[in-house]
Structures are given as C-alpha cells and as structure tokens.
Design a protein. Structure first.
Length: 369
C-alpha cells in the first residue's frame, strides 16, 4: 500500500515538474520577445539618452551614441543622475543618422533641464538640444529646442527650418535658475508646438514643407557655430526624441513622471523585472520539484529493491516451510510405522505370555500325576 502511494506521488511530481518546465519556457520566450520589441522602438521612441554617466553619450534604446567633450560631469539629475555642462566649452555631440532626420514627418524632442546661468543677449547660454548652425545661414539648420526666447533671458524656443525658412514658437516666461523644467517641442502636421512642464505654451504654423537633411550633428549645450557664450551652463537629463508627435496627455504624463519610461518604458521594464523575478522564482520551484522528484525517485527505487528483497526472502521462507512440512510428514509416517510395529510386538508378547501360561499349566499337571 505504502509503495503504491509513493509511486502515485512520484507520478504527480513528474507531471508538475513537466508543467512548470513548460510554463518556464513560455515565460522566457514571451518576455524575451517582449523585451526585444520594447528595446527596439517603444511607441516611436528613436533615442533616449539618460545621461547617467559622463564617460559616453549612450543611447539606451537606439544606436545614436555620442561623445562628451571638455569634461562635463555627472551630478544629481531629475531622474537618478544628469550631466552638468559648465557654460564654457562643455558639450556632447552625436553623429547625424537617418533616424534623426524627419523631413516633413512628425517628431518630438523632450528633456529635463536646469538652467544655471542667465541669458543676457545675442542668444548666449541658450543652447540645449539642437541640430542647428546659425539662423543667419539658411540651409544649414534643421531644428533646435532652446532655453531662451531669442535675445532675452526669458523663456523657451522651439525652432525649425523648413524650405530654408526659419520658423519658431516661443514661451516668453522666464526660467527660474537652478529649477528643473520638462521642455518639449513637437512637430505635428503643419504646426510646431512648445510645452513647458506638460503645458502647451505656444503653437506656430510651418506648413507641410520638409526640414532639410543638412547632415548636422546633434549637440547638447552648444550650437554648431561656436562663439563666446554659445555654450549654456545647465544640467540636462533624459533627453529623448520620437518619430511621432506625442499627444498633450502623453506629454503631461511625461512631465509628471520624468521619463517616457515612467508612463510606458519604465512601467514595461518594471513589469519585465517582475516577470524576471517570477521566472527566477518559477525556476527555483522547478529546481526544487526536480530535486524532490529525484529524491522520491531514489526512494521509490530503494523501496522497489527492498520489495524485491522481501519477495525473495518470502520465497525462500516458503520453500523452507515446504521442506519442513515435508519433513514433518515423513516423521509422522515414520511414527505411524513405529506405532504399528509396537502394536504387533504387543500382540506377539501377549501371545508369548499366553504360551508361557499354557506351559506352566501343563507343567503343573505333570507334577500332579
């Protein structure tokens, strides 16, 4: 009975082990594919520079990696770390690529910025993120998202050059120094839009013309045309570019969460992390089940051996008992023969006694004569 129960339990363990193994394979396959798809281009995200270290300009989702020049340093960012540019000669440069050229298509540029020094005149200390050379050289520019509104320290500017015509949308409210802002520039169809902290601050008509591909490199904290004060003293964090126009709701959510990942990417990464923990837990359970099944298999094998040994012992005892029973039968038969012989001897003795009595009687008769 105990042996049969163990065999049943062993089969159950083997079924569970197979089930968990198949489930583990499904989990790994699904989340590997999901992670791959997410990393390639989540919701139109072309590039995301988290700027968490000053060794290299790493694109977390694409291939648009770049280089820091003149020693900008890491500092406390809006989300984890950011990069501090000194306003003298620090910059970051990312080579031009097809993924950063949008023609007449929609796109979005967004980042967190903390301005450290004021703009006084002539667009100085305005540069943030751009593919821009100089407004006085038409045909050499693509777009810029800057932390001033022209020849003023106040506000923001999102500008594009369409068919060699520069068009800008501005926000003239001053930025408070040493305060974080989430800045977003969007081209959507025939309009460009400028957002501050998720709030729409301006819209400008640009038509359906194309932004020329000038092979301009992407720069942080300076213009292509480097002049005195063309570098901005600022801290940048989580610079991101999309190949579509983000909605006002998405931008508002970004400004509240700090990074696209807060609403989608980080949520997915968090789900992936949870899934990985589940997979690890599942792997541990499968490993434990397999160990238990191995232990149970060994126990069953041991019991089978014990059962075989017991059956062998029972067989030997049965054979011994049969031999003993045969010996007992033979002894009983011998005893019967002895009893018969004893009875025959008793009869013979009785006959002899009678003959002795008869002889005595005859002897007595002879003496009497």
């Amino acid at each position: 009975m105990y042996y049969n129960k163990l065999k049943t339990l062993y089969r159950i363990f083997m079924l569970l082990t197979g089930y968990f193994s198949r489930l583990l394979i499904i989990f790994i396959s699904f989340f590997s594919f999901f992670s791959y798809a997410l990393d390639k281009n989540p919701d139109g995200l072309v590039s995301l520079w988290k700027l968490d270290n000053a060794q290299a300009v790493i694109d977390s989702v694409g291939e648009n990696h770049g280089t820091f020049y003149n020693g900008p340093v890491t500092t406390q960012g809006k989300n984890n770390l950011g990069i501090k540019f000194d306003g003298v000669n620090d910059t970051a440069i990312i080579p031009d690529s097809e993924s950063l050229n949008f023609g007449n298509g929609d796109f979005t540029v967004a980042f967190w910025v903390k301005k450290l020094q004021p703009t006084t005149s002539n667009w100085n200390r305005c540069a943030a993120v751009n593919k821009w050379h100089s407004g006085d050289k038409p045909g050499t520019n693509e777009w810029h998202l800057s932390i001033c509104s022209g020849r003023s320290s106040k506000g923001l500017t999102f500008g594009v050059e369409v068919d060699k015509q520069s068009v800008s949308v501005r926000d003239y409210e001053a930025l408070t120094l040493n305060e974080w802002y989430f800045i977003t520039g969007v081209r959507e169809g025939e309009y460009i839009k400028l957002y501050r902290n998720g709030e729409l601050r301006g819209t400008e008509y640009v038509g359906n013309g194309s932004i020329a591909d000038t092979s301009r490199r992407l720069r942080f904290a300076t213009w292509e045309k480097s002049t005195l004060y063309s570098h901005s003293a600022s801290v940048l964090d989580d610079v991101q570019i999309y190949s579509r126009a983000l909605s006002e709701t998405e931008i508002a959510r970004l400004s509240q969460g700090g990074l696209f990942a807060k609403s989608t990417l980080q949520l997915c990464e968090s789900q992936l992390d949870s899934a990985k923990l589940s997979i690890n837990s599942l792997s541990t359970q499968v490993f434990t089940l397999r160990n238990l099944s191995n232990i149970l298999e060994n126990k069953v094998a041991s019991l089978v051996n014990e059962n075989d040994s017991l059956n062998k012992t029972i067989s030997e005892l049965t054979h011994t008992t049969q031999n003993q029973q045969q010996e007992i039968t033979e002894l009983e038969n011998s005893n019967m023969l002895l009893l018969e012989e004893s009875a025959q001897k008793d009869v013979h003795i009785s006959t002899l006694n009678q003959e002795i009595l008869n002889l005595k009687a005859e002897l007595a008769a002879l003496k009497g004569e």
